[in-house]
Design a protein around this ligand. Structure first.
Ligand code: EPU
Length: 430
C-alpha cells in the first residue's frame, strides 16, 4: 500500500514547471482514432489516466510509439475494431470519448461504461447520448456496455445542450468531425481543453469554429491527416500549486502556464490575500499576510473551476473568519470534508454549500484521498498543517498529478512516497 507522508508547516519557495493538461490529453488520445495518419502528440502529462488511455488504444490494435517522456506517436490506421469492452475502460471516466471517436470513424461503437472519479453523486451521460442521436446514431445500453450505430452514417444537426457539459461538448465534436454536413453545438462548454481538442482536430484537417464560445460549428470533412500537436499546460495542476503556496505561505514561480486560463483562480487567491504577478508564460504567487475569508461558487469556465474547489476549501480552513463555498457543477463533491475534519478543520456541509469556519492551524493526521482533487486538497492541508499527515489511496492523486512528490520537494516541502507491505503479507512473513 503506497502513501504520502508529509511533515507540514514549511512555507514553499522556488519554481515548479506545469505539465500538459490531463483533461485535454484524455480526449486527444482517442481523437487519434479519427486520423488517417500518424499523430505526434507532445506535452502529454505522465499521469495514470493518460497511460490507461494509451493502453486502451494499444489493446485495440493502435501503434503507440513513445518518443520521449512526454511525446508519443499514435497510429490508428490499422484499427479494425469499434469495440472497447475490456476492464481498462472502467478505470477512467474519459473512456466515454471512445464512443464519439468510434462513431465518427466506423459509424458504430461498443464501449463499456466509463469509471473514474466518483464524487458520491451520479455522473450522467444523457447529453452525450442526445448528441449522438441527433447525428443519426441509434443508442442502446445492455449489460454495462453502450452500443451506438449509425447505419446510414452520421449527418450534422443542431444540438442544444441542456446542461453545460465538457464531456458532451467534446464527444459530439469527435463524432461530428467526419460527419456529413454541419453540426452546431449550442450552450457548449468553453473550457481551455475544449479549445485544445478543436485545435488538435483542426491541425489534422478538421473544420471546427467557435470553440471557446458557447456555439461551436463543425463542418464535417472526409478525412483527417496525421500531424504534430502540443497539448496546452494543465490549468488545474497550476492552480493546485498556486493554492498550495496560498496555504503554506512563501513565494513560488509556476512555469509553463497560460496565465489567461488561470484568471478565475488568480482572482480568488488575490481576494484571500495572496499576491499574484503574471508573466508571459509563468505566474508568481506569494503569500505573507493572513488568509482572508471569502465566498466562492464553482461554475463552468470562465467561472471558478469545480476541479479547484477542494484545494481552495483546504486553504480556507485556515482563513481569518468564515468562508462559504457553493458547488455549482456537481451534485456532490464534499466527501473530503470528513478527512479535513480529522485535521481539525471546522466545516459544515448543507447540500451544495460548505461553511468553513477558519481555525488558526490544522494538525497532521492519517487521511485518505477520496478522489483526485480531494487528494490534492489533502496534500495542501498536510503541507500547511503542524505535524505529520499520512495520505492513503494516493492512486487517485497519481491519476492526475505528474511527479507531485518531486515537484513539491523541489519547492522545499517535506513529502515522501512510501510503500508499506499489505497487512496480510506482513502476517505471512511473520
Ligand atoms: N451532466 C449531465 N449530463 C451529461 C453530462 C453531464 O447532466 O450528459 C452534468 C453532470 O452531472 C455535471 C455537469 O453536467 O453536473 C458537468 O459535467 P461535465 O460533463 O462537464 O463533466 P465531465 O465531462 O464528465 C469533466 C472533467 C472533470 C470536471 C468536469 C467539469 C474530464 C475527464 N473530466 O468531466 O474533471 O470536473 O469536466 O469541469 O475531462 C477532474 O479532473 O478531477 C475531473 C473530475
Amino acid at each position: 500500500m503506497e502513501k504520502f507522508v508529509i511533515h507540514g508547516g514549511k512555507p514553499l519557495f522556488g519554481e515548479v514547471s506545469i505539465g500538459g493538461a490531463k483533461n485535454a490529453a484524455v480526449a486527444i488520445i482517442p481523437a487519434a482514432i479519427l486520423v488517417d495518419g500518424i499523430c505526434r502528440v507532445e506535452n502529454l502529462p505522465m499521469v495514470r489516466d493518460v497511460s490507461i488511455q494509451l493502453q486502451i488504444l494499444q489493446e485495440l490494435g493502435a501503434g503507440v510509439r513513445r518518443i520521449s517522456a512526454s511525446t508519443v506517436e499514435i497510429d490508428c490506421r490499422h484499427l479494425r475494431t469499434c469495440g472497447a469492452v475490456s476492464e481498462l475502460n472502467t478505470r477512467l471516466r474519459a473512456s466515454y470519448y471512445l464512443i464519439g471517436a468510434f462513431l465518427g470513424r466506423f459509424r458504430r461503437a461498443e464501449v463499456r461504461m466509463p469509471g473514474g472519479c466518483n464524487f458520491g453523486g451520479v455522473r450522467p451521460i444523457d447529453q452525450h447520448w442526445k448528441g449522438f442521436e441527433a447525428l443519426g446514431a441509434k443508442m442502446d445500453m445492455r449489460g454495462g456496455i453502450i452500443y451506438a450505430e449509425a447505419e446510414n452514417g452520421l449527418t450534422g444537426d443542431s444540438i442544444y445542450l441542456d446542461v453545460v457539459s465538457v464531456g458532451a461538448t467534446m464527444n459530439i465534436m469527435l463524432a461530428a468531425a467526419l460527419a456529413a454536413g454541419q453540426t452546431i453545438i449550442e450552450n457548449a462548454a468553453k473550457e481551455p481543453h475544449i479549445v485544445d481538442l478543436a485545435n488538435f482536430l483542426n491541425s489534422m484537417g478538421a473544420d471546427i469554429m467557435g470553440a471557446g464560445t458557447d456555439v461551436i460549428k463543425i463542418r464535417g470533412v472526409s478525412r483527417l491527416m496525421g500531424g504534430s500537436y502540443s497539448i496546452i499546460p494543465d490549468q488545474i495542476e497550476a492552480g493546485t500549486y498556486m493554492t498550495a503556496v496560498a496555504a503554506t505561505g512563501g513565494s513560488i514561480l509556476v512555469k509553463n502556464v497560460i496565465p489567461k486560463h488561470l484568471e478565475c483562480i488568480t482572482a480568488k487567491l488575490e481576494e484571500l490575500g495572496a499576491e499574484v504577478q503574471e508573466y508571459d508564460d509563468s505566474i508568481r504567487v506569494t503569500r505573507s499576510n493572513p488568509i482572508r475569508k471569502l465566498q466562492v461558487k464553482t461554475l463552468p469556465y470562465p467561472g471558478f473551476p469545480t476541479d479547484m474547489q477542494p484545494q481552495l476549501a483546504a486553504v480556507l480552513c485556515l482563513a481569518d473568519g468564515t468562508s462559504i463555498v457553493t458547488e455549482g457543477v456537481w451534485e456532490n463533491r464534499y466527501r473530503y470534508v470528513d478527512e479535513l475534519r480529522r485535521m481539525g478543520a471546522k466545516i459544515q456541509v448543507d447540500g451544495k454549500i460548505a461553511i468553513i469556519e477558519g481555525v488558526p492551524s490544522l494538525s497532521g493526521a492519517p487521511v485518505r484521498a477520496c478522489d483526485l482533487r480531494a487528494g490534492a486538497a489533502m496534500v495542501i492541508a498536510g503541507l500547511a498543517a503542524k505535524g505529520v499527515t499520512e495520505i492513503e489511496e494516493i492512486v487517485h492523486i497519481e491519476r492526475g498529478y505528474e511527479d507531485i512528490v518531486d515537484k513539491l520537494r523541489h519547492l522545499g516541502a517535506d513529502v515522501q512516497r512510501v510503500e508499506e507491505p499489505e497487512p496480510d503479507l506482513i502476517q505471512k512473513a511473520n
